[in-house]
Each structure stands twice: as C-alpha cells, then as structure tokens.
Design a protein around this ligand. Structure first.
Ligand code: AKG
Length: 274
C-alpha cells in the first residue's frame, strides 16, 4: 500500500488507508506500507547496517540456514531513531491488533546473503495453548523495516496469506526452527499444502515497513543476487508475551533515559543497564 508524504509527515493514515491496512493485517496476516521512511535515512541505515552485518558474518556461523544471519541490533543511532522504532503510523495499526500497551521484546535483523536457500516454511511462534485446537486473538507481530529493495531475485520472504495465522491445530502448525529440512518439508503435509496454496513473495521497496502476524506461515527464499538482502526486524507484542528471554536487547541506562517516553515505553522489556 502506497503511503503518501502527507500521511508520513502527519503520522496518521487516511481513514481509507487505515481501514484497508488493518483489514489486510487481520485477514491476510500481513501488510506492506510503502514509502514510510525517507530515502536519505534509509541510505544511512543501510550503510551502517551493512558494516555490522559484515562484522557479524565474519565472526559467527550462519544461524538461520545457509548464508543467512539474524542478530540483535544495537540501541544506538541510526537504529534507535524514534521514527523507526516508535513510528506513529505503525503504532496506530498495532494498537487495535495487539493492544494499547504493546511493547517490543526483540529488535533484530533478518539477512539473506547470496547463496542462501529456501527455509522450511514456518511460524515464528509456538501456539499459546498447544493442547487446544483453538485460534487465539493476535498477540505478537513482526515489523520489518526494509533497508534495501526486496525483489524476486534477492531472496524475498514468502508468505502464506490464507489465514495461516489463525490455525490453532498444533498438528498442522510448522515448527519454527527447522530451517534446512528441505526433504522433510517436501514430503510433509505442509509441503503438499504449499504446492496447492502457493506462497506470495513479500516484494517491498527500500523505505517500506511491513507488519505481519507472528503466527503466519512464511519462509526465507534463495538470494540469487550478489548483494545481501537485510531487513530490520522488531517483534512487537502484548506486554505479557516475551518472545525470547535469552536474547533480549541491551540498552545503556544513558541511551534509555535520553529516549522519548514512547520509545522507553515500547522498549521496557529490554535489559536496561550500564
Ligand atoms: O529473512 C527472511 O526472508 C525470512 C527469515 C525468517 O523467516 C527466519 O529466519 O525465521
């Protein structure tokens, strides 16, 4: 969905855009908002981020499948810009879905490098009530900030926008950690399902922000270009749900106290310290 400069400046979507975006998020499970971040800011973010990625990839093995890395972001300029992490348009869509008091429990990145492969289709979250075949109301979303174009060529994430975020049957929900299990995927019920209901690539220009229900089935795809395809990734959720207690963001006391109140509110699950 194309967001206008006036909407970005005022921090408010038109009524029509608001209703449309909310409907996409609730029904399809995700929405892509285009032209949300100024191209100059994106250049600065991309330049700094690619330095961090190069450093991380030189010191760590791939952790999300071949040539694919995820790592937490430092809470510092340019990543701590309130326009990114407490964006009023994003917040206006999150509040009716995951509540007024939503927080960010994981500020990270997803990076498909050249040579990355298909991931196992997966949901990013285990069901809250695994013993019950019941969908619950939404409680967590992934907010991706696109700092490069996601194209057919460079490994866009693929989505299954058929209500997969509403499935409560744990026998069907794909586990989220089998990223390289391609043979099992092809022969599993999910593999057969993915042929009859094919995934949709999440194509997005740099400067877009996408929001997806964390339960939705999706996967990474091969990056066939010669450049990395990074995305900044914020998991936002109702305050009682904490995504990954062992991998929380660290924020220095000084940076936390210097942040605007809304950023402090959103980032209160982080470990705040010296
Ligand atoms: O980066 C992507 O395209 C998707 C990554 C993903 O879904 C994951 O690593 O869980």
């Amino acid at each position: 969905m194309q967001i206008s400069a006036e909407e970005v400046t005022s921090g408010e979507l038109s009524q029509e855009h608001f209703e449309n975006a909310l409907m996409q998020l609730k029904v399809s499970g995700y929405v892509v908002l285009e032209d949300m971040v100024d191209p100059g800011k994106i250049d600065v973010l991309r330049t700094r981020f690619l330095e961090l990625l190069e450093d991380f990839a030189s010191k760590n093995p791939p952790n999300r499948g071949p040539n694919r890395y995820g790592f937490l972001l430092p809470f510092e300029d340019p990543f701590s810009d309130p326009e990114l992490i407490a964006n009023p348009i994003v917040a206006s869509l999150l509040r009716p879905v995951i509540g007024e008091e939503f927080v960010c429990s994981f500020y990270s990145s997803d990076n498909a490098l050249p040579g990355s492969e298909y991931q196992h289709p997966h949901s990013d979250v285990d069901p809250l009530f695994p013993e019950r075949d019941l969908p619950t109301p939404p409680y967590a979303v992934m907010v991706n900030i696109h700092i490069v174009d996601s194209t057919e060529e460079n490994g866009p994430a693929e989505m299954w926008p058929y209500g997969t975020h509403l499935i409560g049957d744990t026998d069907l929900i794909p586990v989220h950690n089998k990223f390289q299990d391609i043979d099992a995927r092809r022969s599993s019920p999910l593999g057969r399902f993915s042929e009859s209901l094919p995934p949709v690539p999440m194509l997005a220009k740099a400067g877009s922000i996408s929001i997806r229900d964390l339960r939705m089935w999706h996967r990474g795809t091969p990056n066939r270009s010669d450049q990395p395809r990074p995305m900044l990734s914020m998991i936002c959720n109702r305050p009682w749900y904490l995504h990954d207690l062992e991998n929380r963001n660290h924020i220095t006391r000084e940076a936390y106290e210097a942040a605007p109140p809304e950023v402090q509110r959103i980032f209160r699950p982080a470990i705040i310290g010296a």
